[in-house]
Write a protein that binds this ligand. Sequence first.
Ligand code: ATP
Length: 503
Amino acid sequence: QEDIFKNVISHAKEYGYIFPSSEIYDGLSAVYDYGQNGAELKKNIRDYWWKAMVQMHENIVGIDASIFMHPTTWKASGHVDAFNDPLIDNKDSKKRYRADVLIEDYAEKLNIKAQKEIEKAKKRFGEAFNEEEFVTTNPRVVGYLSKRAEILKRMGHSLETENLADVKALIEELEIADPDTGSKSWTEVRQFNLMFGTKLGAEAAHAMDLYLRPETAQGIFVNFSNVQKTGRMKIPFGIAQTGKAFRNEIVARQFIFRMREFEQMEMQFFVRPGEEMKWYEYWKETRLKWHMSLGLDKENYRFHDHDKLAHYANAAADIEFNFPFGFKELEGIHSRTDFDLKAHEEHSGKKLQFFDTELNQNYVPYVVETSIGLDRMFLAVFSSSLKEETLEDGSVRTVLSLPAVLAPTKAAVLPLVKKDGLPEVAREIIEDLKWDFNVAYDEKDAVGRRYRRQDALGTPFCITVDHQTLEDKTVTIRHRDSMKQDRVAIADLRNIINEEVSV
Ligand code: ATP
């Protein structure tokens, strides 16, 4: 698994998807830059989300709020006082970790052991295998899974009651070691505020202390009335937003999974008090369907319903994804009650209410939110698309089988040879297609090698111009995943590509 992850990171770099930030100065930990292909993939994921959430829902609109917000925002949201993460130092290495993440990693290892037993049994029993029965009766699997559940419950409870000594005791009891050095000597667990502080204004005496927003949601809450009134929105309705968020994360070991500067795609759905559970279930289903629509392997997803709830929530679930380092949170669906709007009413003295004409009543709406990390989604798509295939002739090809709708380049146009007027025809095809799709031109090396390069880049189609093209205006179109080639008319290319890449 470690090797697969390393492979993902090096492939992302080699093919212009992701670079370490400021690499010529040896990089900056947990900060990354998206390269020429990464920026396109990221934009396509964002657009795919925006289309599904905003364009397809008459009652959801999108905004773009600032990263800087009035500092009182973070008092109202609880980020200044309550939103702290438990932090622990290793005495030997002086390295710092998030205690809950260390424990979660340990619990995930138990889960992996259980999954391995299940896989083994599947192979052994074949058709006759009953997974449901196996996981409830096999003593090893039951042991692993119940220990995992017990650990997560104990950690959750201690964090909830702020009993940090218990979190430390759990780390010691489980004999968790420093993931980098193997040392087991830890300091006390402390609370740590993850927000980045900065100053607004040049004059030191009058400068205002600000924070970079640690989530995009608050920009939506403070604009609730602006949007509701100007958009004449009726409950239930949603406000969506994508944008950067910043957290001074302690553990930064998992590439773009946990970054200090990242991007969120969030939607806050405002509902009648009392109807929130209906909408919570609706959004859980709807968001899972969105993931499924991309056609990645279904087995990669699972729900994790939270036992431990944040102080503002009355229900919460994660959609977890099977990343190269195991199942981890990809998206959160939270029923946030009226906590945020009420808190902003209190701190601002302004009413944040809705007059419901059907009920003839004013109220502070309840909120159900869906919150997904764009970078985590990128990692999910990228890592599960990267494959090594052994072909019939025994050779191995690397293919990045990205969903066509998300691929940075939709087609590469390749003249078979660099002469006889073939490059000119290839250029004409590009001139025509580029109004609708990102298309690339490549004339270097033998055509087989060019196919492999486009496979590794994730380009769904290769269009080859050969001598027959000059006679009958046809080309071959090669499909990345099946490697199948069809002879088609140049005039049909747009439709053929469109069929695959449009939503
Ligand atoms: P975690 O427990 O993994 O730190 P979280 O529960 O704090 O995540 P939320 O506050 O619910 O996360 O944020 C919503 C989404 O934003 C997450 O599901 C995740 O996809 C993304 N996200 C959160 N923190 C980061 C980060 N440091 N880097 C990249 N994405 C992040």
